[in-house]
Design a protein around this ligand. Structure first.
Ligand code: ADP
Length: 557
């Protein structure tokens, strides 16, 4: 941005309003001396030198001397007040020259030094003019010249007219100085404004360059849904999503598909439409384009733009290209599905043979103990493979549940009973509040899996000396199962991802607690397939509360 300097300080008008700007000394004196010479010449020609007497000649000599002084003295190095010497001599020249021709000298010439004094010294110049006029024009005039009315009146009027002239000159000088000051301020303001404008334009170009360089598509919408601006990256996305062009308003349908890439988004579902309604979101996944070579997966975030009083002014959207990530996810899911499928057959055979061996009567106690370890671990491996398979199944579409009439209370009681020994060995108090029965429509095995997962997590993530409480009840048309613990808790960042496959909270990882991060995502799918919801409330270090709400659905039978 161009640097601007403040306007130079200008002296106050009463003092010396035109300091540094006063009339050029030699020029003023030159003009005055020339006029005196002309006056002298004209009068001497008309009247003759003798008739004029010596005074005009003396006056002319003084004027010439003043001219010499005006050129020879370095006035700009002397204080400003010293400059008064020349105009004062000039006033005296007027006074003296008048004496020679019976008072008929060119008194009007007094206006020149008066103007000079007024412009140069301001108010001081006015006073000097008055005093010098009275001393060198009035006093000699009254003393030397005949006391006629004309002479007396002129002797008094000339200094007064001169004083008025000096006053007018200083007033003009003051006004001019004021004007100059205002102009200087205006020019400085204009320079500052131009500098600021240049700075803003420069900043604009810098941010455009930055915005164009980032790897994320950026889009700005106004409150009515008009596209206001976008960066280069987003323009490229737009070409893929709207190959026939876009009219610059939200709601236009294009090659924009859902997260799985197989259903076209409706106008209402488009991230831009949602953002213009003031909705804020993160990681909304979409696919754009229909050509496998060019289509892209996007993770979209939106934030509302509001002014200070909170009025909605538009929305900003960021489009992150996650194509590679989505492709990798797909490959991983396919891999998980096939590996777990392949693992299942040998595992079934291992478990079968271990069961057969355990039935042998002549097994030594040591061998039986070792076989039990094999059985326990193959059991664990079996659960893991089942979880993996189920996850792969969930990805393939909605989970299939077969709901029949059943007693959720009985299922929960069995789960609590099965967990009893684990609670005892881990030193965690396990309490439950379960009604005698709670009939509803459910898939028994799947719901057992949910209760089992929540309870085993609660025991797993609660240290020795803690407490786990399982409660089942009915709230209106819904069954409510809650599992509460006094364990390590989950921080807010982890809480947002708990139900994501393979996600494990930092605490669990740090404390090397076993797990793969599948249980909760499976539990969520099961609960949702029952038309229910699962939610968590937790505080780090104080414990967690998992709550499952399920529609009873009994009346529908
Ligand atoms: P896993 O327990 O096998 O890791 P889950 O899907 O059941 O997988 O749980 C996901 C993550 O949620 C766990 O890794 C753990 O960090 C956290 N979590 C689940 N339940 C609790 C709980 N009761 N207390 C603290 N953290 C929990």
């Amino acid at each position: 941005m161009a640097a601007t300097t403040p306007p130079a300080a200008v002296p106050a008008s009463g003092e010396s309003p035109l300091l540094g700007e006063h009339p050029p000394t030699a020029l003023m004196q030159g003009v005055f001396t020339a006029l005196v010479a002309v006056d002298f010449l004209v009068r001497s020609l008309v009247r003759g030198l003798e008739a004029m007497g010596p005074y005009p000649l003396v006056a002319l000599g003084m004027a010439a001397l003043a001219l010499v002084l005006s050129v020879a003295v370095p006035w700009d190095r002397l204080p400003l007040l010293a400059l008064a010497v020349l105009p004062v001599i000039d006033i005296a020249v007027v006074g003296i020259s008048r004496l020679g021709t019976l008072g008929a000298g060119a008194g009007v010439l007094v206006l020149l030094p008066a103007y000079w004094l007024g412009r140069t010294l301001g108010r001081r110049g006015v006073w000097i003019t008055l005093v010098a006029g009275l001393a060198t024009v009035s006093v000699p005039g009254l003393l030397v010249l005949e006391s006629t009315g004309d002479n007396i009146s002129r002797a008094l009027l000339i200094p007064l007219v001169g004083t008025f002239g000096a006053w007018a000159a200083q007033a003009i000088g003051g006004t001019l100085a004021q004007l100059r000051r205002e102009r200087a301020v205006a020019e400085a303001d204009r320079d500052r404004l131009a500098g600021a404008l240049e700075f803003i334009e420069h900043q604009g170009r810098v941010s455009d360059a930055i915005i164009d360089t980032v790897d994320v598509g950026l889009l700005l919408l106004d409150a009515d849904g008009n596209y206001q601006s976008m960066n280069r990256r987003h323009r490229n996305f737009m070409r893929v999503a709207f190959p026939d062009g876009h009219r610059g308003r939200v709601g236009q349908l294009g090659l924009v598909f859902d997260e799985n890439g197989d259903r076209r988004l409706t106008s209402e579902e488009m991230p831009t439409t949602r953002a213009v309604k003031g909705e804020e979101f993160d990681d909304v996944r979409i696919w754009v384009g229909d050509d496998p070579l060019t289509w892209r997966a996007m993770s979209v975030s939106a934030r509302a733009v509001r002014d200070e009083d909170g009025t909605f002014r538009g929305a900003a959207l960021a489009y992150n290209d996650v194509t590679d990530y989505m492709r990798a996810l797909r490959v991983k899911d396919e891999f998980v599905a096939s590996v777990s499928h392949e693992l299942r057959t040998p595992l079934t055979s291992i478990r079968g043979y271990v069961d057969l061996l355990m039935e042998e009567d002549d097994l030594s106690p040591a061998a039986r103990q070792k076989l039990e370890v094999v059985a326990r671990n193959s059991e664990r491996l079996g659960r893991l493979v089942a979880d993996l398979l189920q996850t792969a199944q969930i990805d393939g579409g909605p989970l299939r549940v077969v709901r029949t009439r059943g007693d959720l209370a009985a299922i929960v009681r069995e789960t609590v009973a099965a967990a009893g020994p684990v609670a005892t060995t881990s030193g965690v108090e396990l309490v439950s509040e379960v009604p005698p029965s709670l009939e509803m429509l459910l898939d028994r095995d799947r719901m057992r899996q949910v209760a089992d997962n929540l309870l085993s997590n609660a025991l797993k993530y609660t240290p020795r000396g803690g407490r786990v409480r399982v409660a089942l009840g009915v709230d209106g048309e819904r069954a409510e199962l809650s599992v509460e613990d006094t364990g390590m808790g989950i921080d807010s960042h982890d809480r947002d991802h708990l139900f994501t496959r393979f996600y494990r909270a930092r605490h669990a990882e740090e404390q090397s607690i076993q797990g793969v991060g599948l249980g909760l995502s499976i539990a969520k799918s099961i609960v949702e397939s029952h038309g229910g919801r699962i939610e968590v409330d937790s505080e780090v270090g104080r414990g967690s509360l998992f709550r499952v709400r399920l529609p009873l659905g009994v009346t529908a039978i």
